[in-house]
Write a new protein. Structure first.
Length: 573
């Protein structure tokens, strides 16, 4: 080979190699890719390799589409074929909080390295990636919104184009992002899910921590296998890569040296959402004060470990998930709330810093600090067992009128099978009455959430119209249906105000007109006379309040509207 030809080849290879570097790499770990750079990065890979597919999958609130990147070693990009070939699916979500971009850069490098065969890529695993989920937040870049964080130099903002925190939006779906995500999730039906984040809290020595799906919530063999087999493999894999991975540091009013509590993943969070469909879910949380380069590397290594361990355990995972799906269909009782069991715990090695105090130059008063000159290593308790409470027995079916189309649309997006009544039909159903509830006094993610919900049940014959929806609980979405449609669920549609219209009385009366009718009603209803008399005797304030007495008679008369406080999702037992 001529010298000139060799020099040209070296130059071409150098340019090619440089073109394959991310902004993170070019900046020596100081910068992160923009939304547009990330999308173009994957499109460039798509143009060079046939094992990758990049396609648009629904809009975001920012007006730009979400992209789904899929890596399949045999070039198959059809989820139905994956199931036929017994492939496992690892789904990675990045940039839900774009100020926490570690996963954005780590996933870009991992995709390239898999395609260039720099990382072992087993043939039985498909990797799906959303490059940047919160596009609106990613476009709102600055270097000042994450005051507690050590790099990168610029990054996106937590709120999306509606200023929503998208990691609270997985059930209420106020954003187009969340609706698109649900469609993607149901399309992929992933076996393992990873949502990449950066923590914001206590200071400690660990670079990366991990939230794992609550074992008890998954239940059965899948939950036990996750706790006793798969999760330990992930931890040992990270240890081999020199990372002291520990669970997410949540003290939850427990002294740091005594223990930490497993994160309570209600369905509003990504991992809580995934758990309702028997998907093993993880949320990585790198530590905010560690250098950005270290955080990205630890996230990269975690993705690699998840790829290797998921592929290694593919047959077992698929078998246990299949069994879990079958058991979900058969399961009769579902827990709507979980509380930590402080009597049960495992042990782990926690590397922290002693808390200390000093005089603040900013305020002139005493401040609390973590003293990095006083590191400690201690065996602490990890409270990782949750007890189920508020059990609900599933009905044979739920019935919901077609007028509640916002809820019906969300059920469809989430893969729920429904059928519409062919004719007007009267059915004997169990109806809930909302006896009491509280609403937040302050806005929380665009809502004044309903909490402390107390209900009573009544058997009623209700007339349903042609086109109303009948939803049988004989499907994989059973857990999702119960948690979303039961009014006492922590993240149910009722809790997120979808049914607040029934809390407002629509018809009323004028006292002077109702007086005459109320008198006639009492005259002809001896049982009501007795109840009213007993209430007056038991409650002197009520007995002295004419308006309250008239209202009592009204609400026990045929004139009172039956839909007031009657929850509009009915149970066919």
């Amino acid at each position: 080979m001529k010298k000139s030809t060799l020099i040209l080849l070296v130059l071409v290879l150098g340019i090619y190699a440089n073109a394959q570097q991310t902004r993170f790499e070019k900046s020596n770990g100081k910068e992160t890719a923009t939304y547009f750079e990330a999308v173009e990065w994957y499109k460039t890979l798509d143009g060079k390799f046939s094992e990758i597919s990049v396609k648009e999958m629904g809009l975001s609130d920012a007006g730009y589409p979400l992209h789904l990147v899929t890596l399949s070693k045999d070039k198959s990009f059809d989820p139905l074929q994956w199931k036929e070939k017994n492939k496992v699916v690892l789904f990675i979500l990045n940039g839900i909080h774009p100020g926490e971009p570690d996963g954005i850069d780590a996933s870009m490098m991992m995709a390239r390295d898999l395609l260039q065969k720099k990382v072992n890529w087993p043939g039985n695993i498909v990797i799906a990636i959303i490059p940047v989920y919160n596009i609106g937040g990613a476009l709102n870049r600055s270097g000042t919104s994450r005051v507690n964080q050590n790099g990168p130099s610029e990054y996106g903002f937590r709120g999306n184009a509606q200023n929503l925190d998208l990691n609270r939006d997985f059930t209420k779906c106020d954003s187009r992002n969340a609706r698109s995500f649900a469609a993607i999730f149901q399309y992929l039906q992933p076996d393992v899910f990873l949502d990449t984040h950066v923590s914001d809290g206590a200071d400690y020595q660990h670079t990366i921590t991990l939230i794992t799906t609550q074992y008890n919530k998954l239940g059965g063999q899948l939950g036990e296998w996750l706790k006793n087999d798969f999760e330990p493999q992930v931890y040992s894999g990270m240890k081999e890569k020199k990372w002291d991975l520990i669970p997410y540091v949540d003290f939850a009013n427990i002294n740091a040296k005594k223990g930490i509590v497993m994160f309570n993943e209600t369905p509003r969070y990504s991992s809580g959402y995934a758990a309702m469909f028997n998907t093993l879910a993880f949320i990585s949380e790198t530590h905010m004060l560690k250098p950005y380069a270290q955080r990205v590397q630890s996230t990269y290594d975690l993705i690699n470990v998840l790829i290797q361990k998921t592929a290694l355990n593919a047959d077992t995972l698929l078998a246990k998930k299949k069994l879990a799906n079958a058991l979900t269909i058969q399961q009769k009782n579902f827990a709507l709330k979980w509380v930590i069991d402080t009597a049960k715990y495992d042990n782990l090695i926690f590397k922290g810093y002693e808390s200390d105090s000093a005089i603040s130059e900013a305020t002139g008063l005493k401040k609390m600090l973590y003293n990095r000159q006083k590191p400690f290593t201690k065996n602490i308790n990890y409270f990782n067992t949750y007890k189920p409470v508020n059990f609900i027995t599933k009905p044979t079916a739920y019935i919901i009128a077609q007028g509640w189309y916002e809820v019906i649309d969300l059920l469809k997006i989430n893969g729920v099978h429904m059928q519409q009544l062919p004719n007007d039909t009267s059915l004997q159903v169990t109806a809930y009455h909302i006896d009491d509830y509280s609403s937040y006094n302050w806005p929380y993610e665009k809502h004044h959430k309903n909490t402390g919900v107390i209900t009573s049940k009544m058997l009623q014959k209700i007339k349903f119209l042609k086109g109303d929806y009948l939803i049988y609980l004989n499907q994989k979405a059973n857990r999702f249906l119960v948690e979303m449609l039961e009014p006492t669920g922590e993240d149910s549609y009722f809790s997120w105000n979808f049914f607040d219209a029934i809390l407002q009385q629509k018809e009323g009366y004028s006292d002077y007109r109702w007086e005459e009718i109320a008198t006639e009603i009492l005259r002809n209803d001896t049982l009501l006379q007795k109840k009213l008399s007993e209430k007056k005797s038991a409650d002197p304030k009520f007995a002295a309040n004419a308006s309250a007495i008239l209202d009592y008679i009204y609400k026990h008369s045929p004139y009172y509207e039956p839909a007031h406080l009657r929850y509009p999702v009915y149970r066919l037992e």
